[in-house]
Design a binder for this molecule. Structure first.
Ligand code: UDP
Length: 237
């Protein structure tokens, strides 16, 4: 039984790197696509918001290069577009119909976002990929994911990361770090657990959009999440 028949999957750009030092690791992309394929086979409708951190991030980029923050953010948004083209073609090449929309049209390369056609595509079972975040600097693709999840009438936002949930402290640094199975939005905010940035968080909370944080590298994790099994951490209203 599906608990969440329609989901928005937030993938960071870094997820595409896997353990590689390359911007994109083909084996990792293949693995992620197979995870998505598993839930599509159950009839789940899937949107994907992809980040760009494997190529460029505005804040760190502007510091390092001495360029204006807003322009660095535009570069970051374009980085998400590169990942979007890659994912779309990788899905299509494996027989999974996929479409990419950008928050801002990119010439004749990527169509500008249109809510009606994106809703229709998702309902038809295509994997719809959203790039460009919310389309403005000073935001992140977490905010884009929150926004598109709400606009696409999704039942859940899945934030798939390298870590298998939300911990009370950094599990890479502390062996005694404890993972939460469930958390309220209020707890996550008051304990400063950094699940998503505050803008994304506020949008989800105001619109009753629960977030499940899980590892994209754990086989079957997406399937368990959409089936309502305990997997990672559920952040709920
Ligand atoms: N970005 C932006 N506005 C948005 C989404 C993204 O300016 O609505 C820029 C920002 O510079 C960000 C970069 O694009 O650092 C890449 O996105 P993000 O850091 O969210 O990617 P991820 O960490 O998920 O790979």
């Amino acid at each position: 039984m599906l608990k969440y028949p329609r989901i928005m999957l937030k993938l960071s750009g870094e997820a595409l790197m896997g353990d590689s030092t390359e911007s994109v690791d083909p084996g990792t992309v293949e693995f992620i696509i197979n995870q998505v394929k598993e839930i599509l086979a159950q009839g789940v409708r899937v949107g994907v918001v992809i980040g760009g951190g494997n190529f460029f991030r505005g804040l760190s980029g502007s510091d390092r290069l001495g360029i204006q923050r807003a322009n660095a953010d535009f570069m970051g948004m374009l980085a998400t577009a590169m990942n979007g083209i890659l994912l779309r073609d990788a899905f299509n090449a494996r027989g999974i119909p996929s479409k990419v929309y950008s928050a801002f049209p990119i010439g004749n390369i990527i169509k500008g976002y249109n809510r009606d056609s994106a809703v229709k595509r998702i309902s038809d079972g295509d994997v719809v990929i959203f790039v460009g975040g919310v389309g403005s600097p000073y935001f992140t693709t977490d905010s884009g994911a929150a926004l598109r999840a709400i606009e696409m009438n999704c039942d859940l936002l899945i934030k798939a990361t390298k870590v298998d949930g939300v911990y009370d402290k950094d599990p890479k640094k502390y062996a005694d770090a404890v993972r939460y199975d469930r958390l309220t939005f209020d707890d996550a905010i008051s304990q400063n657990l950094g699940v998503m940035d505050m803008a994304a968080f506020a949008l989800c909370r105001e619109n009753d959009m629960n977030i499940n944080v899980c590892s994209i590298f754990k086989p079957g994790s997406l399937l368990r999440v959409v089936s309502g099994e305990d997997e990672g951490t559920l952040v709920y209203c």
